[in-house]
Design a protein around this ligand. Sequence first.
Ligand code: ASP
Ligand code: MG
Length: 446
Amino acid sequence: MSIKVLKFGGTSVGSPEALRLAASIIREELPGGGVVVVSALSGTTDQILKAVSSAGSGDTNTALEILGSIEVRHRTAADALGVLKVVENAWAPLFDRLQSLLEGMGLLWETSPKAKDAALAIGETLSVNLLTALLQSVGLRAELKDAREVLRTDARHGRARPRPDLIRDACQSWNPLLAQGTCIVTQGFIGSCPDGATTTLGRGGSDTSATLIGEALGADEVQIWTDVDGVLTADPSLVPGARPIPVMSLREAAALSAFGAKVLHADSLAPVERGRFKLVVANTHRPRASRTEILFQVPERNAGIITSVAYKEGLVCVHFPPARDLDHVFQTASDLQDAGAVRYGLLNTPEGSLLAVRPEHADAADLLAQLAQSGLRVESGWSSVALVGEGLRQYPGGALALLATFEKETIGGILAGGAGISVAFLVPDERLRDLIPRLHQLCIET
Ligand code: ASP
Ligand code: MG
């Protein structure tokens, strides 16, 4: 059985028009059934987080006002799609539950990561009900399956790590439905841990849900439907001339996501590597526009050719003196990662070591403050600018030739990626706006 998994991000289900487009894409792409993974309606996850934080500081009124606006938005969308009558019964217990959770947090002035996950899951569950009802109303054989039945994770709430072996076993229960040609609709982003509690995979985690499910079901293809025409050569908000990349290697996609490109979640690519299926990124709003195919097999690239430019701002550099042994450096890197920092580079030279991280979680920021107090030099305000392309494997000098561009720049460090297809430079945050378009012009537009 050849299986396809389609994932629709928040903006692809964020309005009745987008939902209608998603439904017609599903009809076209999955005529014999398949799996559809859905995010919460755009902005809902942020709103739930805001409600949780208001409740946690004792402001239950604000939390419930936000809940009210989430409810209105969802009901309005369902009404416009003509499925309000069908979904409102399924939604009522979800809104009640979110209300109880927020009231509980408001009473206790406390929000645990576990409670937060329980609240966040409601966003995805609302949207999965809405899309299922819409698909059924247009005559598709669609069935909602709760992702928590299959997406098994550990108990690290808020940033749960998936258990691919358990996911594979659990997903087998979906095979009979798929064999009947059913379109299974399920939530992205959420899973369940061994005690049965709800977990989440971290912000933007729905891409990872889709690729994990694709891997577990032995899919041939996973499609990520979003609001851009595929993976672009650079961030279009900094580079108006950025263009879609028609075909790229999985390694290029992995390097781009690791260096901060926003289109795919960095964790979403490990299952593609294991499952070796085709990953496609396409635009829900322009389904016939260009799209990107990400292939395990490396496409031919000319020596030195750079495929794309990625960047990430808000990095913190930790400097270790040469006397510090490497064990200490590695231990610090791993502690920071456990506390929720993403590592962008680790350099070791006889002059000492440099670790560049981005604290994505308050615990990581606290740990960085402790490291500074312990006497290490800890500097914030750095960005990484990465040039990525299979062509660099044959000829890394292609990127180094660009060093002249950096002639008068302050460079905090040069990082060559382990896969041999990226070179990154640490530059001060405020230089990004100028440097990224210049690099794009030099490497890609000419
Ligand atoms: N709804 C979640 C978020 O906004 C997950 C996702 O969209 O991938 O982060
Ligand atoms: Mg996303």
